[in-house]
Design a protein around this ligand. Sequence first.
Ligand code: SAM
Length: 234
Amino acid sequence: MQIRLFVDAPLALGATVPLTVEQIHYLRDVLRVQTGTELFVFDGKNGEFAAVLSSLSKRDGRMQICRLLRKQPEKRDVRLYFSPLKRDCTEWVVEKATELGATQIVPVITQYTSTKRVNTDRLRLISIEACEQCRRLDVPEISEPVALKELLVAQNDTKPLLVHLDETGRGKKADEIFKGIDAAAFLVGPEGGFSETERALIAETPHTTGMDLGERILRAETAAVSALALFVCR
Ligand code: SAM
């Protein structure tokens, strides 16, 4: 198994990088690796490097950065605005959205949002683990929750097209919406859907369109990953 680690500091060839307490525990107590082991490391900005574990004890661990493996790819703009769900579902959405390439994940509080407390620090950890696992080199930004109204007020033509996932059947199909765009922001409603007032506000918002994902009413988490998969796998 190739070990991949995210390092929250700029990486450069020749540098010696200290391991965090969590990384020391993972390498020493979980994987039981020895010094000299090759690791793949990335910092979210400067590509992926091969590194050698140069020391590892209970309290201290270091690795030396040896060679560049992959350059940092150009960053895309694929956003997921979703209403927080029960804890496990929210975490699942963040993990899958990371695997599918979402670059910004924003919890949005709507009228029918039932879970308003969101542990963004934990979501960031989940997202980093997903990047390590899926070989992704950039780490999505996980924002603090915002109110739907605030999000809509900030929307304009300079932002990616806001694609409102609309279960009423009034939205357009994915291939029509995605023609000619390489950035998008998907807005998914809570389990109870958007209220009529919110639907009216979304309809008045510039640079927005509704998207239909078929005749069945999907769980919010299914809708979120389906929309992202359709967009990134075109
Ligand atoms: N209010 C709905 C109801 O109870 O009939 C259910 C809302 S659905 C569980 C949660 C969210 O997933 C919706 O607000 C919408 O954003 C998205 N969604 C679900 N099914 C969809 C579909 N077929 N097409 C587009 N979006 C969908």
